[in-house]
Design a protein around this ligand. Structure first.
Ligand code: ADP
Length: 258
């Protein structure tokens, strides 16, 4: 059976085509989310990559912020169900998933099959999300993809104490004006995200093994900062940004196979 999962987020669109819910046939990411051409582009790209026509997809499940507006979808599921399922497929045995996306952050406890048991979420404030990192990268005149590598050069613990993104932006500018180094400032930005996310997750606890999903999982500096904050190893995967789409493809398989 062939299924597709599409995850339409605020910052990016991700899609995965799977066979029998266990083998990835094609995957794709576009750095544009809801309200752009990103969802249709990534959908068409993965169909082409897998060499299958839409009619051959037994079930297409949409997830993410824009899941209800995707006309090609057969059904929808929440990101909470999909991220746990997808991450548990990518890294079997994990019990906690930290998902940091473009506009929210979630910490989820899952069971051995990837089903959601508990969760906490911040979707009210940009602090501790990908959006915060994007704003800070812009202030520093770099792409968000560069932050992780730049932070490797940090030699000093610098704190960004303001939680509000607008005030934190001014704080970053003021650190630069005080001759603090860019790597130290970037590491401080990562520490600020880590503190927010660990504070959020401590409400339900972090049951090992812990993994990180969402686009921010690709930022090694944030992963390192969370590990230091939580004092525990965090597992990740090269396809961590695709966890929601993978989970949707697996849930589509489970639903259709019933
Ligand atoms: P959403 O599902 O809300 O659209 P994603 O889970 O796709 O969000 O994550 C988007 C965020 O991931 C961006 O805001 C950015 O901070 C981060 N990101 C995306 N790609 C990369 C990358 N290559 N390196 C570092 N960070 C990235």
């Amino acid at each position: 059976m062939i299924t597709m999962g599409i995850d339409i987020g605020s910052a990016a669109s991700k899609a995965v085509i799977m066979e029998d819910g266990v083998r990835i046939l094609a995957k794709g990411v576009r750095s544009f989310g809801i309200g752009t051409s990103g969802p249709v582009e990534v959908y068409e790209t993965v169909l082409k990559k897998a060499g299958v026509a839409r009619e051959k997809i037994d079930c297409l499940m949409a997830t993410g912020y824009g899941r209800t507006g995707f006309a090609e979808a057969d059904c929808q599921a929440s990101e909470l169900s999909c991220h746990g399922k997808g991450m548990s497929f990518l890294i079997p045995g994990i019990r906690t998933v930290i998902d940091i996306g473009g506009q929210d952050a979630k910490v989820m406890e899952i069971n051995e099959r990837g089903a959601l048991l508990k969760f906490v979420m911040n979707d009210k404030c940009a602090a501790g999300t990908g959006r915060f990192l994007e704003v800070m990268a812009k202030v520093l005149g770099m792409n968000v993809e560069m932050l992780g590598e730049v932070s490797r050069g940090s030699a000093k613990e610098l704190n960004i104490s303001n939680v509000c993104t607008v005030f934190a932006e001014s704080e970053v500018i003021s650190h630069l004006a005080s001759q603090e180094t860019v790597p130290d400032v970037v590491a401080g930005i990562h520490r600020s995200v880590a503190k927010r996310v660990v504070g959020l997750g401590s409400r339900i606890g972090f049951k090992p093994d812990i993994a990180i999903s969402g686009g921010v999982a690709l930022n090694e500096g944030v992963v390192y900062a969370i590990e230091k904050e939580i004092k525990c190893r965090i597992r990740t995967h090269p396809d961590a940004q695709l966890a929601g789409a993978c989970g949707a493809a697996i849930l589509a398989y489970e639903k259709t196979a019933k």
